[in-house]
Every structure is written in structure tokens, then in C-alpha cells.
Design a protein around this ligand. Sequence first.
Ligand code: SF4
Length: 410
Amino acid sequence: MPSERQIMVGNVPIGGGAPVAVQTMTKTETANLTATMDQIRTVAEAGADIVRVAVPREQDVAVLAQIVAQSPIPVIADIHFNYTLALKAIDAGAHCVRLNPGNIGGPEKAAIVVERAKETGTPLRVGVNSGSLPRHLRELEYTNPVEALVSAAVETVELMERLQFTNFKVSMKSTSVPNTIAANRELSQRIPYPLHLGVTEAGTKWSGSLKSAVGLGTLLADGIGDTIRISLSTFHAEEEVKVAWEILKALKLRERGPVLIACPTCGRLQFDMDSVVAEVERRLEAYEDPIEVSILGCAVNGIGEARHADFGITGAKDMGMIYSKGEPLKKVPTDRLVDELFLEIDRWYAAGKRVVSDEASAADARAWLAENEDPDAMTPERIAALEAAAARVDVDEAESPVAGRRFTRT
Ligand code: SF4
């Protein structure tokens, strides 16, 4: 279930059933206005709905008003330890301020920031990190880290409510994926406020993306989480945004840009599919529509499972084929596959999103496909289809009223 409450970070709704918002954090020194703005524009172009900037020093808060004014997306100021910086960030017009009441100097300091946030209508992100739980929960952390995290988050929420402040979202960060999942599941049952999800210090682009996909993907698939940030060890914050989008697209929670599908390849492959996939992926970044493009490594399956793709290519040693919605369009030399694919996509746009096919070329392509198709080949796709069919039979038999008799000897 999405959170009951909704807040607005600038013009972006968070929670209450709004689309899951993608956010990231700049990696630049915030005080370096040019570098920070360059990165903000880059992440906005990559699809970030919101951006967060670190504000650890006076010189950072000094440029915040300019960042807010120039940024194409709402800006969250990330503040730790220094409540006066939080006050200055609110005064600079930050669209949201992130602070952990546990490290801002105690409830009194948090209350001062909340008062200013109330006056200006600025939302806060409040939360806890597994690494900095309050002292009275540290023992519990050893025996039940999930309960310790949830308790700390609930205490933070109770503090906000005592201050009669409800314009906030909550985050609960842990480096452990199972703890992140369990804690957010529990917290989502206990509070009505929007949840910010992330796996803290997730790791490199490779391992961090996987940990985030598993942790955040599990929660999002349950309907838990209103905004996400992928934390990766890279200077390129836009990579975090791309991973976030892939997670949301995979779960069909949001659409953005093309969807690329490619076969896993096997011993039947006879061309450099890695390079083709990389090049197609790179060129697709220029397109905004959620068109689906499929790449098959060989023609023995025919068009098979790629039948529904808007466009696709099937490669082979010297020749390949371009198809659209399951219909062959033309046969082309393998080294022209990518260029011809994009010519067809652009022709489709030029014709008002209508496939323009030349009958002679299509017939040529169909003949090539018929020559190369092998209905008897046991390909990974056909093995998977047989296994799926066998699994369905097992389920049907298990659900049948006579299922128990299957192994009865008479
Ligand atoms: S059989 Fe399937 S996995 Fe193997 S190259 Fe052909 S399309 Fe790809």
C-alpha cells in the first residue's frame, strides 16, 4: 500500500499514491556552483525528479539560493549535525531539508528547525541510519537490528507529531538488504507518512545496483516506498538515476524511454552481439517514448518471444533482419543492422508512428527467416517454454480434485 499522506517537494508529490519519485544526490562540492549545476542538469536530463545536495559548511549554504533558483528540479538540502545550517537552508528556499533528529543536536534543536519549516511550508525528510541509532537502542540493535531501526524511526515520527508537524517523509537506512526490507515493511504498517527508500552505501555500480534492485525492488513490488535513491560509488550521479529508472520500469511502476530486450546468447551466436547491444542501448538514449526494441542473436527461433516488440533485429554471421511487431521488414548485412534499425525507427516516427514497409524487402526478409529458422532446435527459449508448460501441468494436477490419486497403486 502506498503511504496515506502526501507531501510536496517543490512541484513533485511524494506519497499518497503519487508515482514513485526518483532522486539522487550530487557528488560535487556544493559550493562549486558551476560543477554542481552541471551535475544537477545532467541528472535532471537522465530523469531525476528531485536532487539532493550536501550542505556541510557555510560556503555550501551560501550558494544554495542560487542552486534553487537555477535548478530545473526541486532541491533537497542534506544537513547533519548543524541545525543553524538547516535554518539557513530553509531560508535559502530549499524545497526540502533532510536531517536526522538524532544527530542535529537533540530534540530542542530539531524543534527549532521544525518551527522554521512550519513557517515557510518546507517539508523535511527525517530518518535514521543503522550506523547512528540513539544510545538507548544500541543494545537492541545487537539482538534485533530491524526492531531497533523501526523503533528509532517511530520515535522520530512521534517527535514530529509532538511538535504538531506532519509535512515530512521518513527514511530508514541500513547497509543490509534483508534489514532494509524487513524494517520498511514493518514501518509502513505503523506510520501513514511517505517513505524514502534506499540501501545505504550499496556499493559499486555493479554490486550496488543489484543490492538496490533486490532490496528496493522487493519493497516496491509490495507497494511500499514513495521515493527512491540508489546509492552507488561513482562520481556520475546520473548512473544512480538510470538504475532507479530500470527498477521502476522493470516493475512497470513508471515508464520512461525505450525498453531494450536482448536474448542471453548461446552457442548459436555468430556475430558480435555485445557491441550491437551496447550501441543500440546508447542510441536509444536519444528517444523518449517507451518503445520496445528486441535483439536476438540468431534466427533459429524465428521472431519467437520478440513478436510483441515495436522493433527488433535478428543477427547472424553475414546477414540479419529487421522486424516490427512480429513482421519481417528487411534483410540487411550484419554490419548494417544497427544503422538500419534506427533508420526504420526514424521512418516510423516520420510516418506518425506507423510502420512503413516495402513489400519486396519484406518478402526477401521472410524468405531469409524461413531459411534460417529451425523449428526443431532445442534453444534456451524453447527449453524455457517446455519447462513453463510442464510446470503449468504440475500446478493443474496438484489443484485437481483427483490429484492425490496420481501415484496410487491399485
Ligand atoms: S538460440 Fe536464443 S539465446 Fe541462442 S543466440 Fe539464438 S536467440 Fe539468442
